[in-house]
Ligand binder design. Sequence first.
Ligand SMILES: [Zn+2]
Length: 163
Amino acid sequence: MKKFIIISTLFLCHTIGFAQFVQLKYEGKNKKIKFALAEANRILANTAFYESVKNIEKFDFTTFSGDKIANEMKSINKVIKVEGYWNPFSKANAKTQDIVQVNTAKLNRSWKSIINTLVHETVHAVDWHTNNNFDYTHNGQSPDGQDKTAPWVIGQIAEDMVP
Ligand SMILES: [Zn+2]
């Protein structure tokens, strides 16, 4: 009987798609990353977040719609690894290819801003893992003139959802 319940629960998770949404994992000791990541994961598991992403028809520098990107984030079925690195001389808050690397020298800012960064980098990681390429990205490390690109827009959607 117990076996039956476990199997049906797994089946249900699979059917509603919840377990497949992209999530982040951090095994380091930085408390700011830990807390921000927990909130980022709550947002990345929230269907309301994907509804907002879906509503964006056009981003700069890509042909991918919000609908397409939301679907990639929802169906990736992957936990993206997050690591910290220390570089006070870099302008970058983070860098990402297959894993997300957060610059721990740039964490003296609001929770909302750090959560924005984590979700922004998640967009890059999903892009990389799904397309083996950066098909929806930006140039440079500042939002100046780049704020209509997918990572910046979607990071901002997440930031606006932080209570
Ligand atoms: Zn970026």
